[in-house]
Structure formats: C-alpha cells, structure tokens
Ligand binder design. Structure first.
Ligand SMILES: [Zn+2]
Length: 335
C-alpha cells in the first residue's frame, strides 16, 4: 500500500554510461519511487554514443540497497501476502515455475541439472525444481530474512549480493536471473562472473523489463517497470544482446511474458498522481476487480499485437569474456 509522501535528504549521484563509459546523454524521464514515496526524483537517460538506457541520477549504492529494499519490498514474492491480486499472482507463480522448468528441460538431455538462481527471493522456483526433478538447486539472496526462511525450508541459499558471493567456477548448467539483471550496479562485471561459473554449453535465462513495450509510452513516468531507483539498467533487446555478446554469450531465444500486474501497478501510480480523493484512491487499488480486469485486457491486447512489458531471454555460454570487469562507472555528487 502506498504511504504519504516522505521528505528525505538523499545524496544523489550522476553517473556515466555503464556500458561504454560515455558522459554524452539525453534525459528520457524523471520520476520518483511510487512505492516508498520519498519526495525525490531520479533520472533515466539514453547514452548518445551507444544507445544504452540507464538510471543516470540515482542514490549512492549503499543507500540504494539499505533504504529501497525493505523486508516488505513488493517484489520479494507473494507467498505470504493477501488480497485478490496476490491470489492471482500465487496461481500464476505456480504455473510459471512449471513453465520455466519445462523450458530448461528442452536444453538438456541429462537428469541431474545444476542450477543457480540469482535473487532467489522466497525460493518458489528452486523449491519446485528440487522437489519435482531433484535438480541440484542453489540460490543467492541478499535479503537476510528471505535467505533464512528459504534455508529453513531446506534450500541451499548463499545470503549475499552476487558481487560478494563465492561461487564455484565451471560448475552450473543453468543460471537464472528472473528480474534481477536490471537491479545490478555493475551488470557487466556480474555477467563475467556468471560466465566463469557456468559449464561449457551452460545457459543463462534472464527475465527482464522491455523498454520497447508501448506500455512504457502509454504510462509515461508512471510505468511500473521504470521502478526507480532500483532499476539501474533498462535493457532493450539490442542492448541486452550486445552486453551478453561482450560477456561471452550468444542469444538462443526470447519469449514474451504475460504480466498483467505490471499494468495494474502502473494504473495505480497514475491514479495516485492524478486523483486527489483518498477514498477513490483506496477503492481503485490493485486488488479492485475492475483494475484487475482492465489490466488483463490491456496485457492480452499488448502481447498479441505489440512488445510485451517483460521478456524472457535464453543465452548460451560461447566463450570466456574478452573484456575486463572494470566498467569505469564514474559517479559525481549532485546534491
Ligand atoms: Zn554508452
């Protein structure tokens, strides 16, 4: 639930392009965090030299991870949450785990698959593949509470950021990044690290927002998937293919994902800014059947005829990356 606007005094940083290090950029959108509602705007820019879209004005790294990822962060899974929208999401997540596992099975003949999920959150997917297929499942989760909870449920979880996690080289068949890559401070270094830990012919499965979706234009600064300041990189199909190729992967396939909740949350952000009455705001929340129905219809039409809000791409390890881990991200304090 949204709370009243909070005043804060964050130090904001301006960064260069995390992909090519250029400082030449055009601003795309300025918007705030509609979830935690601090009265601060962040900026998304397009690099003039390479076209990469990134969050150019953002909090400091430490503040970002401490303040903007509380234990009740809405993307940490819906296992213990309530309401109609969460019920629909729970049903979808059960189906989704099955679909993700079936996709992985298409790429491997063998039975014992070693899988690593970065950002395993409440662990639904790892639990599913462990229980149903007996795959050797491991997760990396920076949130302590979620990591403890998953360990208690019998999962093998490293409670750490990917950057600090100690993972084996040449070990995994599959690495999953479901809605994770866009959150990373240094995605290039992360992909190089993951490339090393994958076996020859291993695959990476990445699910992430698609800035090419017309929903971004339709909702503008209220598009849920800007998700500032947590989303630091906004990969288009082309820029994702480029960064994956540079870090030693080649593209196998991309699928459109069906995620009506993205539209429901975008509607809610629009309502929050444009409707003054608290009563109407409370009625038109993401659990309102009318909002859910409208979000479903919009998602069906969008996925049938246009680019989806979220895509899932599969990449295969090709070689050891040729570039160095240092991306030369230069930050300067602007407030
Ligand atoms: Zn660039």
């Amino acid at each position: 639930m949204l709370i009243e606007e909070k005043q804060t005094e964050f130090i904001l940083l301006e960064t260069n392009c995390p992909y090519c290090s250029s400082f030449n950029k055009n601003n795309l959108v300025k918007t705030k965090d509609y979830e935690m509602d601090y009265n601060v705007e962040f900026t998304v820019s397009v690099c003039i030299d390479c076209g990469f879209i990134y969050t150019s004005i953002r909090p400091e790294e430490e503040v970002l991870y401490k303040v903007f990822y509380p234990d009740n962060y809405l993307c940490y899974g819906v296992k213990h949450k309530k309401g109609l929208a969460c019920f629909i999401d729970k049903v979808r997540m059960g189906k989704q785990a099955k679909e993700r596992a079936s996709l992985i099975k298409k790429y491997f003949q063998k039975k014992n698959i070693k899988i690593l999920e970065v950002g395993s959150a409440t662990g639904e997917f790892l639990q599913f593949v462990k229980n149903n297929y007996g795959w050797e499942s491991e997760g990396i989760e920076p949130n302590e509470q979620l990591a403890i909870q998953c360990k208690q449920e019998g999962l093998n979880i490293i409670n750490s950021t990917l950057e600090n996690a100690s993972i084996k080289d040449d070990y995994y068949d599959v690495i999953c990044l479901f809605n994770v890559l866009e959150h990373l401070w240094d995605p290039k270094a992360a992909l190089i690290k993951l490339n090393k830990s994958l076996k020859k012919d291993g695959i990476i499965i990445a699910e992430l927002p698609n800035p090419n979706s017309p929903m971004r234009t339709l909702f503008g600064k209220h598009w849920f998937l800007y998700h500032l300041p947590r989303h630091l990189s906004h990969f288009s199909e082309k820029s994702l293919a480029n960064i994956m190729q540079k870090t030693g992967f080649y593209h196998l396939k991309t699928f459109k994902m069906f995620r009506p909740t993205v539209n429901a949350l975008s509607f809610q952000y629009k309502i929050k800014d444009n409707i003054k009455s608290k009563i109407i705001k409370n009625i038109l929340n993401t659990n309102n059947p009318l909002i859910i129905l409208l979000s479903l219809i919009v998602e069906i039409i969008n996925n049938l005829f246009y680019d989806s809000n979220i895509v899932l791409s599969v990449f295969k390890k090709e070689k050891t990356p040729s570039i160095k881990e240092n991306t030369h991200l230069i930050t300067k304090r602007i407030s």
